[in-house]
Design a protein around this ligand. Structure first.
Ligand code: TYM
Length: 334
């Protein structure tokens, strides 16, 4: 008998180049989940309007992001890869969920507070209800696993709350979704100067993009913040050093990481040597991803087919959930 696979959903905003935080925090898991689960991955163009109201760059940004997702290993025949605005059912579910979300909890959301600080002239209602739209993205497919980085944890918790409130009020429609990262804690990739998480709005020299060429990668990694090294054996690592080790763990061979860990622990580490090694390993890691993305980006026919196919499959799933929602709520007058 064919056991039904668990449903997975995740999303990414088309607001800039894909960076290593996106890749190691989320996309790498997405690629690994495609065979095991029933996966939906969404380019959330509506969400990007909360911070980027100008839509002129949307088309090239969406094309670039899609090509980078496919270049990173997503297979549009194994997962449903689609664009949020192709699925209007999400907007209807967003409307219903908005009635179950409280102003107080939305105002307390960490990402809302951050964004208001960053763009004080544009505290729009979409920014306030951002987590509600994200909940609609997840719940529209009745997903249970949401592979995301650490920064999205609070949003997934809010999604669970909205789902529970809906079920309590109107009847059981939604399973409870959880943030997911293959059995480990959720990941946070630090920016190269160790000042915070790597992000699309960070200083570009502190962020490594999948689109960076070899020279740029070498340059950025060699400039990453270090210090004169530990003065005591087995010392705790400062954040920016831990960040470099984390990157090394994902891009370099185990023996290489072990060697530099040992060097750190016996105070003989040479950070110049470590960064050189990391740069070369990162180049080896990123080059094939960049090449695959570039190869498909300008293939309009292929890109269009991917978008159409994704939209059709995502809508079919969304329609089923929305009908359950409408039935549960009693929108049936004749
Ligand atoms: P976004 O576009 O900012 O990021 C996409 C994914 O990348 C992860 N990420 C990181 N992980 C580790 N370290 C970092 N430095 C880092 N930076 C980014 C994010 O955690 C995310 O998983 N609100 C979401 C988009 C979204 C969504 C959804 C996600 C909309 N609807 C439904 C999941 C489910 C966001 O802004 O991601």
């Amino acid at each position: 008998m064919n056991k039904k696979k668990e449903i997975v959903l995740s999303g990414i905003r088309p607001t800039g180049f894909v960076h290593l935080g996106n890749y190691f925090g989320a996309i790498r898991n997405w690629a690994n989940m495609q065979d095991e689960f029933d996966c939906y991955f969404c380019v959330v163009d509506w969400h990007s309007l909360t911070t980027h109201p100008d839509t002129k760059e949307l088309k090239p940004n969406v094309a670039r992001l899609l090509s980078e997702l496919i270049g990173s290993g997503l297979d549009p025949d194994k997962c449903v890869l689609y664009i949020q605005s192709d699925v209007p059912e999400i907007a209807e579910l967003y409307l219903y969920l908005n009635m179950l979300a409280y102003k107080g909890e939305l105002e307390k959301t960490a990402t809302f507070k951050d964004k208001v600080r960053m763009q004080p002239g544009n505290s729009n209602a979409g920014l306030l209800t951002y987590p509600v739209l994200q909940a609609a993205d997840i719940l529209i497919h009745r997903a249970v696993k949401v592979p995301v980085g650490k920064d999205q944890e609070q949003h997934i918790e809010m999604t669970r709350n909205f789902a529970e409130r809906f079920n309590y009020r109107y009847g059981e429609v939604f399973p409870k979704p959880y943030a997911f990262n293959y059995g480990e804690a959720l990941i946070k990739i630090m920016s190269l100067d160790g000042s915070g998480k790597m992000s699309k709005s960070e200083n570009q020299m502190n962020t490594i993009y999948l689109a960076d060429d070899d020279e740029m990668l070498r340059n950025k990694i060699m400039k990453a913040k270090t210090d004169s090294g530990p003065t005591m054996p087995n010392a705790a690592k400062p954040d920016y050093i831990q960040g470099l080790f984390n990157l090394m763990k994902v891009a370099s061979a185990d023996e290489v990481v072990k060697k530099f860990e040992a060097d750190f622990n016996n105070c003989s580490i040479r950070y110049g040597e470590m960064k050189k090694q990391l740069a070369e390993d990162m180049i080896k890691f990123i080059t094939p991803i960049r090449a695959r993305s570039e190869a498909i980006r300008n293939d309009d026919k292929y890109m269009m087919q991917v978008m159409e196919q994704g939209a059709a499959k995502a809508r079919a799933s969304a329609k089923v959930t929305l009908q359950l929602v409408r039935d549960a709520m009693g929108f049936k007058y004749y």
